[in-house]
Structure formats: C-alpha cells, structure tokens
Ligand binder design. Structure first.
Ligand SMILES: [Zn+2]
Length: 160
C-alpha cells in the first residue's frame, strides 16, 4: 500500500488546511511566520509543504507545492491534482477539522446532549475528536460540502 501523503500547510492557507482535513488528509498547520521553521518541520515530520510564499525554496524541503490561486476552493483543487489525491468517502470526517487528529467512533448514547435533537434522531454513526471533543457525523455540513466541492469543480456526492 502506498504510504499516506502528509502535508504541512503554511499559515496563510488556513481554510485549505481545514478542507484537506475534512476530506481526511493529514494536514498539519504551520502557524509561525518564521520561514526556516517550516522547512525544518517538514523534514522532521516528512510532510510536503503547501504554501503561497514565493520566497520559500523547494530545494531544501522534502516536497514543496506553491498554490497559485488565492481562493481556497481552487487551492484545494490544485492540491488534489498536484498530489493525485483521491477523495475517499470512508475518510471524510475521519480527522478533526480543527486539530488534525484522527476522530474516534463514539456510542450514540454518549453524545445525546452534545448534538442537536434532529441530528441525534436521524443519525447513528458518530465520532469525536480526542483533542477538542468536537462531534462529527456523516451529515455534518453535508449540503455545504457538496456545494463547496462542486464550486471547486470537484465532482463529488456524499453517500446518503
Ligand atoms: Zn479536534
């Protein structure tokens, strides 16, 4: 099996990082403006750098991809294409969009008070983030996601 690609997303690309995570990709976020640090961390954690910073040299980095667009949807499309990433329905919401941690399945009874009533009634599979406690279910922002991906020119329909 091909080893999973890991990314280090530069500080100006926060929305892109979130969307990569929502789709299940390992996308750490580099918050620091200090430039040498991003290369150092990418080597240490074996992550490909995704940036818009023209001053960053790709020579030192493990891999470096410079997105062209300033729109996060177009950036997402650029990244999917550049790294030949496939969207896997089983991976969606497998990572916390806030922390990049893998989410764990939770028993339905445990989250009764943590999600809106109609969500609790209409869904059975829930997972949560061990870092921030955020709860995810397949319907999380489903319509928004489809709209967003479609807008990005990414043909995709979430399973019902
Ligand atoms: Zn989290």
């Amino acid at each position: 099996m091909e080893k999973e690609k890991k990314f280090l997303v530069d500080f100006m690309l926060g929305r892109l990082a979130r969307w990569l995570r929502i789709l299940g990709f390992d996308a750490a976020y580099y918050k620091d403006k200090e430039r040498e640090g991003i290369i150092y961390r990418s080597l240490k954690e074996k992550r490909a750098v995704i940036t818009r910073d023209a001053s960053l040299s790709s020579r030192k980095a493990l891999a470096l991809f410079r997105v062209k667009s300033d729109n996060y949807l177009h950036q997402l499309k650029e990244v999917l294409k550049e790294f030949e990433l496939e969207i896997n329905p089983d991976r969606i919401f497998s990572r916390c969009s806030e922390c990049n941690l893998i989410t764990e399945p939770v028993k339905k009874e445990k989250i009764r008070k943590k999600v809106p009533g109609y969500v609790f009634e209409n869904h059975n599979a829930f997972s949560s983030c061990s870092g921030c406690g955020k709860i995810y279910w397949m319907g999380t922002h489903k319509n928004l996601m489809e709209k967003v991906l479609l807008k990005a020119g990414i043909k995709w329909k979430l399973p019902q």
